[in-house]
Design a protein around this ligand. Structure first.
Ligand SMILES: Nc1nc2c(ncn2[C@@H]2O[C@H](COP(=O)(O)OP(=O)(O)O)[C@@H](O)[C@H]2O)c(=O)[nH]1
Ligand SMILES: [Mg+2]
Length: 307
């Protein structure tokens, strides 16, 4: 725990510092009054929680104050941490790596979200779990993306299936076939975030998904959207659009070590309350081990400063 605290958790806390300072400030006075609730509303909206999530959290807090007879701002802050944890908990889930071999993961997201970087980190994490990994360079639009993935592959001793002027659907088809032939545990397919203008990204992603399905029944087993955590409320629109197109099974939220405010995770959790969308990992830096499983309670504590 102590080494962890000095490492990624410290970076997460540093990243969420602005939000936490604002929220801690709200509870620094001596009394629970309307002004406190007004300030908290501003802080939660400012943290990218969104209007609906913010008003639900405030209502839940008012209920808790009455029900439990909370007397001090510090107690209300703990209650906020608990409400956030409750909201985020359904998003806490692990990928079941054993249910197929190869387990095929398709990774999607807009340009710059952190797909390729996260795939590199994921390959590293999987190697730690003693899984064999193959990567498919499905972002054939950008030569740089293919090279970037190749570098990640090299660092991890993981092979990358790529084609110089490839059609992404063909690349992933070949990669699934290769993974099956070699008895690989996990295949991760990178995809493009932007295409030559005449093509529609979502149509292309559907085609890539179908191609994976043709190469292996039941695949892809995971369709993961990578979201830039600094994008704020726009992340919700991305979740909807990609889910409509390719049916998401989970999320990776990156750059939570940077200027992200963090509340958008709560907004996503609220929107998907009826059918939770797992947040498998969060990205907290650019190094190989800067991808960490999402833990609702830790995240809520880092956001609210009550731990
Ligand atoms: N600080 C930080 N930077 C990240 C993280 N994840 C990705 N990045 C950076 O974001 C930029 C875009 O990442 P990339 O993987 O190329 O995005 P892609 O276009 O979706 O494949 C790169 O400069 C990455 O180093 C993260 O968790 N924290
Ligand atoms: Mg990329």
């Amino acid at each position: 725990m102590s080494t962890e605290k000095g490492g990624w958790l410290a970076r997460l806390k540093k990243g969420l510092e602005r939000t936490r300072v604002n929220i801690v400030g709200v509870f620094s006075g001596g009394v629970i009054d309307d002004a406190l609730f007004d300030d908290l509303e501003v802080a939660l909206l400012g943290a990218d929680c969104g209007a609906a999530t913010t008003s639900e959290l405030l209502a839940a807090l008012r209920d808790r104050i009455k029900l439990k007879g909370l007397k001090t701002p510090a107690e209300v802050r703990d209650a906020l941490r608990d409400e956030l944890t409750k909201l985020l908990a359904p998003c806490e889930a692990r990928i079941d790596l054993e249910r197929a071999r190869p387990l095929v993961m398709m990774v999607a997201g807009v340009n710059g979200a952190g797909k390729t970087t996260s795939i590199g980190k994921l390959a590293h994490w999987l190697a730690d779990q003693h899984k064999t990994v193959l990567l498919a360079a499905g972002d054939t639009f950008r030569a740089a993306a293919r090279e970037q993935l190749a570098i990640w592959g090299e660092r991890n001793g993981v092979e990358v299936i790529a084609q110089k002027s490839g059609d992404p659907a063909a690349v992933v088809f070949d990669a699934v076939a290769a993974a099956r032939a070699r008895g690989i545990d996990v295949l991760i397919a990178d995809t493009a975030g932007r295409l030559p203008t005449q093509l529609h990204l979502m149509d292309e992603l559907k085609r890539v998904k179908r191609s994976i399905g043709k190469a292996m029944d039941g695949a892809p087993h995971e369709v993961i959207l990578v979201l830039d955590g600094t994008n704020g409320q726009n992340a919700l629109a991305q979740v909807r659009a990609f889910d409509d197109a390719v049916g998401l099974t989970g999320l990776i939220i990156t750059k939570l070590d940077g200027t992200a405010k963090g509340g958008v995770l709560a907004a996503i959790a609220r929107e998907r309350r009826g059918r939770p969308l797992p947040i498998y990992f969060i990205g907290v830096g650019e190094k190989l081990d800067d991808l960490q499983p999402f833990v609702a309670e830790r995240f809520a504590a880092a956001l609210v400063g009550a731990d």
